[in-house]
Design a protein around this ligand. Structure first.
Ligand SMILES: *Cc1c(COP(=O)(O)O)cnc(C)c1O
Length: 215
């Protein structure tokens, strides 16, 4: 079933005719066991997303021994006492969502002499319960991360409000990214990735449409 889902999604995104080109697929493997991830690895898929440090720590180091070119993305909230582990485990952190975390990541880069790629998470619907930088503060925050902290910020990420159509939020993220001179847009999940692609997504994060629903 995973293989069929994977091929269908790849086919789907290949049809896209956007200026940004064909988006990258991030297989969101949170709660999914390693053997299911291996099914995708055997199909030559290498880009995965996890939202919890501890789970990633158990699952991915053994898989990296088998496949050296895995690209692992952190897509969930990062606690300040976990930045060291995050830096060791991930290639890309998509959930940079506050000054304190950005500063700690910069510190870890120096300590570990390891340099990652980052996305700034934007609280695109300005929801009180959601993490992320407010849209109006995005430009200043991106410039702080780049100029003061020397972090390699490559794009913006968002999770739109669950109960509304996503299109206007994707359009807003796209506009914000241009204002910040950023080209990568991580937006779109199982239910709305086609819409996200239409609004210029360069990275789509898909879990349940690929692995089946999480129980
Ligand atoms: C779980 C998750 C996804 C994938 O969600 P699906 O609806 O299963 O595709 C994408 N992005 C983030 C940040 C997530 O936490």
């Amino acid at each position: 079933m995973i293989e069929e889902n994977y091929k269908n999604i790849l086919n789907d995104i290949k049809q896209t005719n956007q200026a940004a080109g064909i988006p990258r697929l991030i297989a969101v493997s949170k709660t999914i066991p390693a053997n299911s991830c291996e099914q995708l690895l055997r199909l030559n898929h290498r880009r995965f997303g996890e939202n919890r440090i501890q789970e990633a720590e158990e699952k991915w180091p053994p898989l990296r021994k088998l496949y050296s070119d895995i690209e692992l993305h952190l897509i969930g909230p990062l606690q300040s006492n976990k930045t060291k582990q995050a830096m060791q485990l991930f290639d890309v952190i998509q959930s940079v969502d506050r000054e304190k975390i950005a500063a700690l990541l910069a510190e870890q880069e120096q300590q570990q002499q390891k340099y990652l790629r980052y996305y700034i998470q934007i609280n695109i619907g300005e929801e009180t319960q959601k993490a992320g930088i407010a849209p109006l503060e995005a430009k200043e925050f991106v410039s702080y991360c780049r100029n003061d902290l020397k972090l390699n910020i490559i794009g913006l990420m968002c999770i739109p409000p669950a109960t509304q159509a996503s299109g206007i939020y994707f359009a807003l993220l796209n506009k914000l990214a241009s204002k910040c001179s950023l080209t990568n847009l991580s937006m779109g999940m199982s239910k709305d990735y086609r819409t996200a692609i239409a609004f210029g997504a360069t990275d789509i994060r898909i879990g349940s449409a690929l692995f089946g629903s999480r129980t």
